[in-house]
Design a protein around this ligand. Structure first.
Ligand code: MZP
Length: 497
C-alpha cells in the first residue's frame, strides 16, 4: 500500500484570515455568480449560478418544490433518480412549467370568469400567479391575486367565480383606487407576497416580479420579465439505465445532468460519460463523487462538465464506518482544486468543481469556496426547509424534518452504491431527523448574508477573487475553544421570575 502525503483534514480544522478590505469592497458589491459547467479559456460558462448552491440528488431533498424555490434564489436543484424514469421526467416538467413572474395583461381574466377559465388561461401561458383586474387589463382596479395554489382543482370548485377565490388585495394595497403604487405599498408587496410590482411612468401596475427575477437585489428589474423565463433544473442519472434515462430527461427539458455515484472513480462512470457526450454533446453533464486529483482528471478526460467532490462526509453517511473509504472534505477539495487548475493550464478548459456533503455550518460554504470549490451541494441544509419532501414532525423541543441517506434502507438507492447487486447488502446511510428551519428563501438569505460578509472580510467581491486570495489557517483544539463564547448566556425565553 501507499500512504499519501498529508493528513485527511476537515473544514472544522480551518479558519479564514481577514484580508485588507478596500473602500469599494462592500456586502452590496459582492457578486456570487459562479460557473456551473466546463468552459474554454477566454469564454464563460454556458450556465452560471447566481448563488453557489445546489441541492443534493436525494429523495429527502430535491423535490420539484425545492428545486423551484432554490432556482428562484439563484441556485439549482438536482432531481433525484432513485425512481422510475417517468416519475423523474414528471418532476422535471413540473419545474420547467413553473413560471416566476407574469404580465398582468397576458392573463386577460375578468372577475366573472370561472376558475375553470382561469385555469385554462394559466395553463396556456404557463403562469403560476395571475392578477385579476376590474376590466381584465393591465391598468384596471386590481381586485386580487390568484396563485395556482388558490385554484387547485381538488380543493376548489372549478365553476366558482374567480372573485370568490381571490386573495383580497386589501391585505397589501389599496382595494379601491386604480392600481397606483406608492413606495410604501411596493415594500408591503415585497414583504408579504414575495414580489415586486413594476409600475409605469404614471404609477400604474405593469408586472409583478417574483423573487427569482431579482436575486441580484436591484429594485424593479423590469428587463428581466420582458420574456417569461423558465427556471433551470438539474437531474441525477446513474450508470445503470442511462441509455434510457438520459434521453428522457433531455426531452423533458432538464438543463443539466449529473452522474450520481458514491464512488465515481470507475470505468462504468467514464464509459457512461463518454456515451452521454457522444449522443448529447450539447447537454452539460457532471460526474462524481471523487476525492483526489487523479480521479478528477479521469472524469474530466471522460467528458465531465463539472466534478463533485466528497466521499463519506455527508451528515447521513456511514460509508467510512462501513467500508473504511473516504477523505476529509477540506483535503479532498484542496487536492481536486489544484488538479482542476493544472488541467486548465494544460488544456485551456476550466472544469468547475462542487464540494458535496459535510457542510455542517454556514461558514463551511465560505471555506469550501475559499479552498477552490466553484459551488456547493447540500443535503442536510435543504432537508430542513418547508419545501423539502420529508415530513415535519413535532417534538418537545420544536419541529424536526425527516432526512435519510440514499444508502439507507429507506432509500435503498442501489444504483448509487456499487455493492455488486441490485439491492443493498448493507446500509451506507442512516435515516433520521434534522431541525426544522422554515422557508428556504429566508434561511438561504441568512446564509448568503453570512457568505457575503465573510468575503468582504477577506477583501473579495467575486468568487474567483475569493478563491485566489483567501488565506486559511489550521486551528488547534485550543484555538477552536477560544472562538466560542465563554460567558453564561442570558435566558432568551421564559419570564424573568
Ligand atoms: P449533507 O449535505 O447532508 O452533509 O450531505 C449530502 C451528500 O451526502 C449528498 O449530496 C450525497 O453526496 C451524500 N449522500 C447521500 N446519501 C448518502 C448516504 O446514504 C450520502 N450515505 O452519503
Amino acid at each position: 500500500a501507499q500512504i499519501i502525503a498529508g493528513v485527511s483534514r476537515t473544514f472544522n480544522e480551518y479558519l479564514l484570515l481577514p484580508n485588507r478590505t478596500a473602500l469599494d469592497c462592500s456586502v452590496a458589491a459582492v457578486d456570487l455568480r459562479t460557473p456551473l459547467v466546463r468552459y474554454a479559456a477566454g469564454q464563460s460558462s454556458t450556465i452560471e449560478l447566481r448563488t453557489p448552491f445546489t441541492s443534493a440528488i436525494m429523495q429527502a431533498v430535491s423535490s420539484p418544490e425545492l428545486a423551484i424555490a432554490l432556482a428562484r434564489n439563484g441556485g439549482l436543484g438536482f432531481l433525484h433518480h432513485n425512481r422510475s424514469i417517468d416519475e423523474q421526467v414528471e418532476d422535471v416538467v413540473t419545474v420547467k412549467n413553473f413560471k416566476a413572474g407574469f404580465v398582468v395583461s397576458d392573463t386577460n381574466v375578468r372577475p366573472e370568469d370561472s376558475l375553470r377559465r382561469l385555469n385554462e388561461v394559466m395553463a396556456r401561458t404557463g403562469h403560476s400567479t395571475a392578477a385579476v383586474t376590474e376590466n381584465g387589463g393591465a391598468t384596471g382596479r386590481l381586485l386580487g391575486l390568484v396563485t395556482s395554489r388558490d385554484f387547485h382543482p381538488q380543493r376548489h370548485d372549478p365553476d366558482a367565480p374567480v372573485s370568490s377565490r381571490m386573495r383580497p388585495i386589501t391585505e397589501v394595497a389599496h382595494a379601491t383606487a386604480d392600481v397606483t403604487l406608492s413606495e410604501a405599498n411596493a415594500r408591503l408587496w415585497e414583504e408579504r407576497l414575495d414580489c415586486l410590482p413594476v409600475v409605469d411612468e404614471l404609477g400604474r401596475l405593469r408586472h409583478l416580479v417574483f423573487r427569482a427575477d431579482y436575486t441580484d437585489n436591484k429594485r424593479f428589474p423590469a428587463q428581466l420579465v420582458d420574456d417569461a423565463k423558465r427556471l433551470r433544473v438539474g437531474a441525477g442519472v446513474n450508470t445503470h439505465d442511462y441509455r434510457e434515462r438520459v434521453p428522457a430527461l433531455v426531452e423533458a427539458g432538464a438543463d443539466v445532468l449529473c452522474f450520481d455515484s458514491s464512488d465515481g472513480y470507475s470505468d462504468w462512470q467514464a464509459e457512461a460519460l463518454r456515451w452521454a457526450k457522444k449522443h448529447y454533446p450539447e447537454v452539460p453533464i457532471g460526474g462524481g463523487n471523487i476525492v483526489d486529483g487523479d480521479a478528477f482528471r479521469f472524469l474530466a478526460e471522460a467528458g465531465a462538465d463539472f466534478v463533485k467532490v466528497g466521499v463519506g462526509g455527508g451528515a447521513i453517511c456511514i460509508t467510512r464506518d462501513q467500508k473504511g473509504i473516504g477523505r476529509g472534505q477540506a483535503s479532498a477539495v484542496l487536492d481536486v482544486a489544484a488538479a482542476r487548475d493544472s488541467y486548465r493550464e494544460e488544456t485551456g478548459e476550466y472544469v468547475p468543481i462542487c464540494s458535496d456533503g459535510g457542510l455542517a455550518h454556514d461558514y463551511h460554504v465560505a471555506l469550501a469556496l475559499a479552498m477552490g470549490a466553484d459551488f456547493v451541494m447540500m443535503g442536510r441544509y435543504f432537508a430542513r426547509f418547508d419545501q423539502a419532501p420529508g415530513a415535519k414532525v413535532p417534538t418537545r423541543e420544536g419541529f424536526v424534518k425527516e432526512y435519510w441517506g440514499e444508502g439507507s434502507n429507506r432509500a435503498r438507492n442501489w444504483q448509487r452504491y456499487g455493492q455488486g447487486t441490485q439491492g443493498l447488502l448493507f446500509e451506507e446511510g442512516v435515516d433520521g431527523f434534522v431541525p426544522y428551519a422554515g422557508d428556504l428563501s429566508e434561511g438561504l438569505a441568512t446564509t448568503i448574508a453570512k457568505l457575503r460578509a465573510t468575503m468582504v472580510s477577506c477583501g473579495a467581491t467575486t468568487v474567483p477573487r475569493f478563491q485566489a486570495t483567501a488565506r486559511l489557517t489550521l486551528v488547534s483544539d485550543q484555538s477552536l475553544q477560544e472562538g466560542h463564547a465563554t460567558v453564561t448566556l442570558r435566558e432568551t425565553t421564559g419570564s424573568p421570575s
